[in-house]
Write a protein that binds this ligand. Structure first.
Ligand code: HGY
Ligand code: MN
Ligand code: MN
Length: 417
């Protein structure tokens, strides 16, 4: 089937790399990273600057009441459901310039090129800047996309506070959201979602492919684990009489790490955050709290791993007369991307001589929230050295531009043909 691909003249003076630099200026850290946490000052400034950018392109820009930002290019067929494209505006603490931001900027550029080259589409396209995906400020992820799909509402944030004790609801109100001033977030008029994102791994670079067409996104489970032992004097408490929460934590962390390595080579388990109390050198730690992030693209592997880890935790607690409890605060199932569209994207890539491969996403994405309810696709561009969630995160402007070009072709096919 001959693919109908039209050349687009790029009317944008700005290019993708300049736009990435511009967006990364909101929340820039001292070591060239980016910290843009939900409802923070940098977040507010970035969202309002993007709204102006959307208006400048000629899109109808608007917020919903949780702070998702949309730029709408109305189609001539008013009744057809919306083709949604975009990514998240929030970042991890001291993260990179591209995670999330690239997907938003690439979608803006693609839509502005299409509008400049072909005018109004048949089907409405909306560019979205999701308010939050990472779970970096509050212990809750996908706040933006899960509100749009109706998986979350205001009830899910009750009692949540950030590291400074600021409540989720107060932070939202402080940023001007959470009020009837804006439309409700839940949507039933979306036909499909497509996201471009940096790979955040090193497969594309290693295989020298320009894009990754994602087949599945891994399932993810995140926990907070708390160990309650007994604080005591470091000098006068014999080793055999201690209830040392740090020693216990080290046992649990060694077990869960070895178990992950032995159970399946593609399973990953990460303890990224750990706090000891009272956290002073001459006191046996009475309490330790640590995070656990577990990922795999098969549900039964996640189930098997969690079962063995938590039964081990129970054994250790019993044998050492300690309290070990855990709270799951994230549970996202592994999902498959839309296979029909995957093959169309491959055909477009071939047509444009863009090297591509299938790829499983080890990172979580808003695309996995939509994939459980509507046809969804995710396209990766390479990350230099596979580095991400780090100020060193980098993708060349050539690689960024390939992703924009492919997204433009895909949106043309979806909304103009
Ligand atoms: O943690 C992740 O997988 C994503 O970057 N939020
Ligand atoms: Mn991320
Ligand atoms: Mn991301």
């Amino acid at each position: 089937m001959a693919i109908h691909v039209k050349e687009f003249h790029d009317t944008n003076k700005e290019n993708i790399a300049e736009m990435i630099e511009w967006l990364s200026s909101f929340g820039k850290t001292t070591n060239e990273g980016v910290t843009r946490l939900l409802y923070s000052k940098a977040w507010c400034e970035a969202q309002s600057a993007l709204k102006n950018k959307m208006k400048a392109i000629g899109l109808d820009a608007y917020f919903d009441c949780v702070g998702n930002l949309f730029g709408r290019l109305q189609g001539t067929d008013e009744d057809h459901a919306v083709i949604l494209t975009g990514s998240h505006i929030d970042t991890v603490i001291d993260g990179g310039k591209y995670d999330g931001a690239y997907g938003i900027v690439a979608s803006l550029l693609a839509v502005s090129r299409l509008y400049a080259s072909f005018g109004k589409p048949q089907k409405t396209i909306e560019v979205v800047s999701f308010c939050e995906e990472e779970g970096s400020r509050f212990p809750l992820t996908f706040w933006g996309s899960r509100n749009i799909t109706g998986m979350y509402d205001m009830g899910h944030i009750r009692g949540l506070v950030d590291a400074n004790g600021i409540s989720f609801i107060d932070a939202m109100k402080e940023a001007g959201f959470g009020t009837e001033k804006f439309i409700q977030p839940i949507r039933s008029d979306i036909a499909r979602f497509i996201e471009v994102h940096i790979e955040q791994g090193m497969e594309l670079e290693r295989n020298q492919n320009a894009v990754g067409i994602v087949t599945h996104i891994v399932g993810q489970r995140r926990y907070n684990i708390r160990i309650k032992g007994e604080s005591n004097h470091a000098g006068t408490t014999p080793m055999t009489l201690r209830k040392d929460a740090v020693v216990t934590a080290s046992k649990l962390i060694s077990f869960l790490t070895e178990k992950a390595e032995s159970i399946d080579s593609q399973l990953v388990a990460t303890v990224g955050k750990i706090e000891a109390q009272p956290n002073v050198p001459n006191v046996v730690a009475g309490e330790v709290e640590f995070s656990l992030d577990i990922r795999h693209h098969k549900q039964h592997v996640l189930d098997e791993y969690c079962m063995s880890v938590f039964s081990y935790f129970e054994e250790v607690a019993k044998a050492n007369d300690l309290i070990i409890d855990w709270k799951q605060w994230m549970n996202v199932k592994p999902v498959a991307m839309d296979a029909v569209m995957q093959s169309k994207i491959k055909a477009l890539a071939e047509q444009k001589q863009i090297s591509f491969q299938d790829i499983v996403s080890g990172a979580g994405h808003d695309a996995q929230v939509f994939a459980s309810t509507l046809p969804t696709n995710l396209i990766f561009v390479p990350s230099k050295g596979g580095i991400s969630h780090n100020p060193q995160e980098f993708t060349s402007s050539e690689d960024l531009e390939v992703g924009v070009k492919l997204l433009t072709d895909v949106l043309y096919q979806l909304a103009y043909e």
